[in-house]
Design a protein around this ligand. Structure first.
Ligand code: NDP
Length: 251
């Protein structure tokens, strides 16, 4: 946890960074924060109007011109990921950062009532989609001299909890895949691969999961950005296959 980390303003100068789920919540904050620290950000998500708003905000901040990449993990195919890699290759030639942030909560419900279609959807958006997107983007990450891949986890991806069903399973799968990929790439490339648990954060997803909770007691996406910056920037070089938290765990 690097809540107190103070990133230099030029931390990400010249870096090309893709953020999934960049239109809302934590992904939106990460896209704006990375751009403010000099990165050219590729905004990926399913709701174009939201991505366009973030695009405009980055332009207003005076950051490097971002790019928008509409993609819905629910319907995306291998071809979509490879077309995407081809487009990014033509446009940028490499990728220095990949923040897997897009996520779907599904339902908090006893397992015997879990709808199998919803289960598949959650696994698709939170796990399988990001896996195949990562495979397609590997050549671009290898073309970078210092690439950071961050998978977003959750406390229920580290310790199971009743009723969290597919969401928890998808986050456990994410942690496992993170370790496999980090181990495979270790020493072979300059790509580091880690997972990051944002912790309870004031977003729509958190509200859906805990409707009775007072959001004022939660940190905002902006407040947890120091760890997102540290892990994306060069100071986290040498760390790979590790699990990080963006804020101290709640009691
Ligand atoms: P939000 O629901 O606020 O944002 C999720 C983002 O993911 C949205 O931009 C959403 O797009 C996008 N997304 C959802 N489904 C798809 C899809 N099928 N294809 C493409 N994009 C999609 O959630 P948070 O910001 O809270 O969560 C971000 C990450 O952090 C998630 O991985 C979540 O699991 C994790 N997390 C969050 C915690 C919290 O307390 N907030 C705690 C622990 C983990 P759209 O805007 O179009 O809906």
């Amino acid at each position: 946890c690097k809540l107190d980390y103070q990133a230099p303003a030029d931390l990400l100068d010249g870096r090309i960074i893709l953020v999934t789920g960049a239109g809302d919540g934590i992904g939106r904050a990460a896209a704006l924060t990375y751009a403010r620290h000099g990165a050219t950000v590729i905004l990926l998500g399913r709701t174009i109007a939201k991505l366009e708003k973030v695009y405009d905000e980055i332009e207003q901040q005076g950051g490097p011109q971002p790019a928008i990449f509409p993609l819905n993990f629910e319907g995306a195919t291998l071809k979509d990921y490879h077309d995407m890699a081809e487009t990014l290759d033509k446009e940028f030639g490499r990728l220095d950062g990949l923040l897997h942030n897009a996520g779907l909560l599904g339902r908090i419900t006893p397992f015997d009532q879990y709808n199998p279609e919803l289960w598949e959807q959650v696994m698709q958006v939170n796990f399988n989609g990001p896996v195949w997107m990562t495979q397609a983007l590997l050549p671009l990450l290898k073309a970078s001299t210092d690439a950071s891949v961050i998978f977003t986890s959750s406390s229920v991806g580290r310790k199971g909890r009743a009723y969290w069903g597919a969401y928890a399973a998808s986050k456990f799968a994410t942690e496992g895949f993170m370790e496999v990929l980090a181990d495979e790439l270790d020493n072979l490339t300059s790509i580091r691969v880690n997972s990051l648990n944002p912790g309870a954060t004031r977003t729509q997803m958190r509200k859906n999961a805990f409707p009775a909770e007072d959001p004022d007691n939660l940190r905002t996406p902006d407040e947890i950005m120091p760890t997102y910056l540290w892990l994306m920037g060069p100071e986290s070089r040498g760390h790979s296959g590790e699990r990080f938290d963006a804020q101290p765990p709640r009691k």
